[in-house]
Design a protein around this ligand. Sequence first.
Ligand code: GAL
Length: 648
Amino acid sequence: MRFFKEAGIDTLSVNIFSWAALQPSEDEYNFTKLDKIMALLKENHMNVILATSTAAHPAWMAKKYPEITRVNFLGIKRKFGGRHNSCPNSPVYRKYSARLAGKIAERYKDYDNIVAWHVSNEFNTGCYCENCERAFREWVKKKYKTLDEVNRVWNTAFWGHTFYDFDEIVVQNNQTECNSPTESEFPGITLDYRRFMDDSMLECYKLEYEAVKKFTPDVPVTTNFMAFFEPLNYQKWARSMDFVSWDSYPTPDEDPANTSMWHDLMRSMKQGDPFLLMEQTPNVQNWQPYNAIKRPGVMRLWSYRAVAHGSDGVCFFQMRRTRGASEKTHGAVIEHAGTDKTRTFREIAELGGELKALGGELLGLRTDARAAIIFDWENWWDFELCSGPSRDPEYKSYPKEVMRWYRAFYERNVNVDIVSPEDDLSSYKLVVAPLLFMLRDGFAEKAEEFVRTGGVFVCSAYTGLVDEHDLAFLGGYPGPLKDLFGVWVEETDVLPPGDTNSFVYKGLTYEASQIYDIMGSHEEDTEVLSEYGSDFYAGKPVLTKHPFGEGAAYYFATRSTPEFYREFIGDLVHECGIRELMPAIGGVEVTCRENETDEYLFILNHNAGEVVLTEGAYGTDLLTGKTVSGSENVTLPGKDVMILKRKK
Ligand code: GAL
């Protein structure tokens, strides 16, 4: 407690993996240790994020109720061990996890220092047991009502997979349609299994949510996410959470735009409400190929980056380094040496002091983003499961395609949200929907309405091939988006790395690579902004603009280099009157958050060396108290941050 105070740490997430201690047998609960900890935290004026402890079940439970452990992708029944090993459809797991959450809430409900609930930990998925199989059949029955409909949406006439009875429907793993977790002979069925598994986990979360809310209706509830974690549709989960929190563990050599994209996703999932950085290592991880230490200043820089993108807090894993098992080599605020005389501790204490001095100034700020990128988990699942257009993981990566577009906004210092196709688009002027291979029902109408009322909408190659059942659109791609884009895609070429095409945009030649949509024809009023430069489709459109109502829709038929996206997005941003917060400087990231009267410009220097700032960098730096005018040269040292406050 003394060290935490010294470090300026005022909030602790506790009780995360304590199920075995809290419930040593079926009929016995023991809160002695947690009582002491809760009392200690209270005495020391610490805020508590209280966890429900349900991410790893006790050994006795696995012995007594073997149904509780999962069956893996290969169909192998797991024994006790690891974490995330509980079957989400096990009635035993559901009963005891919700009961434990309720008991904890009932016991500690009067602690006014509980600031949030932390349900389970990093929900994870993938069970293929008989309980899951039965539950899947029920899920399918509820969704499709009749077997005729099931056979239709899954196109089971292919290879004679027609189902005659619901009990012929099986789990989707290596024993059935899937050669690997990302390959399926029947993506429509596997896609539904993923939806079902995601729903199953979410139900477990909701049971605990209800259990704690019963006793503490006013304490907000979260569970910690993990960036782009494919198996769980976080955008859907966020709707059942009071606030979003996530754990950020970038690789030591990460491209800074990556983590920033994830932060933007976290902020956007609850329509711009602040989120919480629940975990980051203060210095070192233990599970990367090379666990380089965060260089001096980097922990501080990355902490402010979270705040710059919308976090209202900065937390660490782990507080004190565990003695045994796998995480004994993972960094901590208090290391095995047990002292505050470490570089890491000093850096944390400095950051703690700065955050304390900032007080509540930055809390609750909002991000005014006029541009958005659509990211759709279900589209990710379905595109990945699709056996075309390539097996190359680079070509097949939906997050990488999203990053091609995100980077352009990031490098131009434009605030951008990352939203779901189910979100309201009306507050944006520019929306980019990269690689929307699968279109949800109603999305085309929404996109049309967005453009009709003045929006600029962009999509990229391989868009609009299938509906939400993975059934191909008939009548040409991009299916129901054809009218909006005023184009029709007839064929898609996919060439190996290095086998590229080219196109000219505003007088400069850019590389076209990987995937090449070839248009069949286009509407008369579709403007062809650029054409392929070579191959049998030389002269065919590669970039088109279609006026639609008050706005316009752009189709980009291939993939290119960062220079092109930066240039093109720059033009669209200008067309839409969207603000670039500061002229771009390599390695310097800029975001802006605001309240009703002021705005706060965060300038983060990811470079090792100093940079010189001029135009756009004006206001009072909250970290140094200095005022800068934007006309003189100001230097920002390597790995340093400025937070410039100014009137709106
Ligand atoms: C997180 C997890 C923690 C710890 C940490 C190590 O994903 O929530 O419990 O395992 O990773 O980096």
